[in-house]
Design a protein around this ligand. Structure first.
Ligand SMILES: [Fe+2]
Length: 233
C-alpha cells in the first residue's frame, strides 16, 4: 500500500502534502494545503501538480472548487491543477498571471470579490512587499492562517542542501522572513500594518509553504521574524 499523499492537520477540515522543490540551489519542501469549506467543497492553497494518488484522495474528500495562488511565485502547479479540476475557480494575483502565460485567473485575490463567495475566508494582503505580492488567507471556522512565503524555516526533516543553506542564512530552526524577501520590503510601515492584521486574527495556527505547521507561540515567532527586517509590529 502506498503512503497517502495528504496528511491531516485539522480533523475533517484541513490536510496538507509536501513535495520537494529546488530553489536557488537548495531543495525545499513546498506544502499544498487543502481546506474543506462549509459547503463541502475543497480549496487548494498553493496547488501542486496533481498526481493520480493526490487526485484520488481529493475526490474522496469532496469537489475541488477553488485553487489559490498565494503570491507571484507559487503559481507553477496551478495550470496542471486547473486542467485536472476544470470546475475549480482560480484565485490569484495579477502579478502571477503576468509571469505565467499558462495561468488563467478567474478571481483577482486583491479585489476582495471572492469574500462574497467565500465568506468563511478573509483575505489579508501583505502590503508593502510588492516583490512577493502575497495575500494571506484567514479561515475562520478552523482559526487558521494560510500563507506561502511570509516566513519560512528549516528543520531536521529538510534536505541537506536547505539545512546547510538555512544555517548560512540564519533560518535553521528559526522562523524568518525568506532571505530573498528580506531586502525587498518596500514600505515597512505598510508591511507592519499588514503583519499586525494577521497577528490580530484569533488564529490557532499558521501554515506556510516552507516550514512545519506553527501552533503554540506562532505569533511571537512570526512577529520576531518581521521585526528582524525592520518591520515594527
Ligand atoms: Fe515559496
Amino acid at each position: 500500500m502506498t503512503e497517502p499523499a495528504l496528511t491531516p492537520i485539522v480533523p475533517d477540515r484541513i490536510w496538507a502534502m509536501e513535495r520537494p522543490v529546488w530553489f536557488s540551489g537548495v531543495r525545499l519542501r513546498a506544502r499544498t494545503t487543502v481546506v474543506r469549506l462549509d459547503d463541502g467543497g475543497l480549496l487548494l492553497h498553493s496547488p501542486a501538480p496533481p498526481t493520480d494518488a493526490l487526485t484520488a484522495e481529493l475526490r474522496a474528500l469532496g469537489p475541488v472548487r477553488w485553487l489559490v495562488i498565494p503570491n507571484q511565485f507559487h503559481h507553477l502547479g496551478t495550470p496542471p491543477a486547473a486542467a485536472g479540476f476544470p470546475d475549480a475557480r482560480v484565485i490569484g494575483p495579477a502579478s502571477a498571471a503576468a509571469k505565467n502565460p499558462a495561468l488563467r485567473i478567474d478571481v483577482d485575490i486583491a479585489d476582495g470579490a471572492f469574500g462574497a463567495q467565500l465568506p468563511e475566508v478573509e483575505a489579508l494582503p501583505l502590503a508593502g512587499v510588492p516583490f512577493l505580492d502575497e495575500t494571506v488567507l484567514y479561515h475562520r471556522p478552523t482559526r487558521t492562517l494560510l500563507g506561502a512565503d511570509v516566513v519560512l524555516t528549516a528543520d531536521a526533516d529538510d534536505h541537506w542542501t536547505w539545512r546547510w543553506g538555512a544555517r548560512v542564512t540564519g533560518c535553521y530552526q528559526r522562523v524568518r522572513v525568506p532571505p530573498d524577501v528580506k531586502k525587498k520590503v518596500a514600505d515597512k510601515a505598510a508591511a507592519a500594518r499588514a503583519v499586525r492584521a494577521m497577528l490580530d486574527r484569533p488564529a490557532q495556527r499558521l501554515i506556510v509553504a516552507h516550514a512545519a505547521v506553527m501552533t503554540d507561540g506562532w505569533r511571537d515567532h512570526f512577529a520576531h521574524a518581521w521585526r528582524l527586517v525592520g518591520v515594527d509590529v
